[in-house]
Design a protein around this ligand. Sequence first.
Ligand code: HEC
Length: 269
Amino acid sequence: MTTMIATNLPASPRSLRNKGTDMRYTIASVLTAALVTVSSAALAAGGGKIKDHDFSFDGMFGAYDQAQLQRGFQVYEAVCSGCHGMKHVAFRTLADENGPGFSPEAVKAIAANYEVADEEGEPGDTRPAKPFDYFPTPDVGGNPPDMSLLGKARNGGADYIYSLMLGYTGEEKEAGDVILYENTAYGGYLNMAPPLYGDDVEYADGTEPTLKQVSADISAFLMWAAEPKLVERKQAGVWSMTFLLFFATLVWFTNRKVWARVKHPEDHS
Ligand code: HEC
């Protein structure tokens, strides 16, 4: 390539200038593509009517708010765990630094509140859970989905759960022997009565448990349950963006240096 350009040099100086522009254009495209890829990972399309709540983990530099995850867990334990299990979440992960960050003693105490199958006993025997166990699935009707992946399952993630908690219209209808509840985020009627009303828990950190607050907290907690490595993933994204930027700059300068002789031969003779 170099030889070709060198021999073409006297004949077409104009095309050379274009080459420089092309290169800048290429670098700009690469950077734009990288930006689009990173930011579109954080975007999600909506289903019913989904409010866009401002979560601490939104955006490229977002991270979980540990106090919020602890509050969200309180809501899960007090309300949702009666019907929804989390079979992919081990109690011990509640101590994760980028998660709720409970102390190992607290995790032990939390686990002991749950009964899990006792593999060493008779079939059907249970024992109090230990930190290495996973959240059990309660035996209730209506097929409540497992919560481990709910934060990711529906378009909108945490925003969807938040909107679902706040989306009940108060309209109900009977279908066979169940009552269905209208919800704008669901976009119709679902078989779950409004689980939250505000004042559902007394927060250990003293935060006022308004309906919006408990809804945001449980949504953040379920997002963490579904994506415990979100923060690490984002950090990796930012790191690769930085690298790309560095690399692109390097290529640009190298390119200038390589072409400098060709563009301004008089400076180098
Ligand atoms: C009394 C039992 C019960 C409780 C308590 C409960 N749920 Fe549910 N939940 C259900 C059932 C049953 C379904 C399935 C509804 C359906 O598919 O029609 C469901 C479905 C859901 C869904 C999925 C909705 C969808 O788009 O399909 C979410 C999200 C959810 N629940 C969140 C929660 C949260 C958060 C809490 C705690 C604040 C909670 N639930 C408490 C029974 C319950």
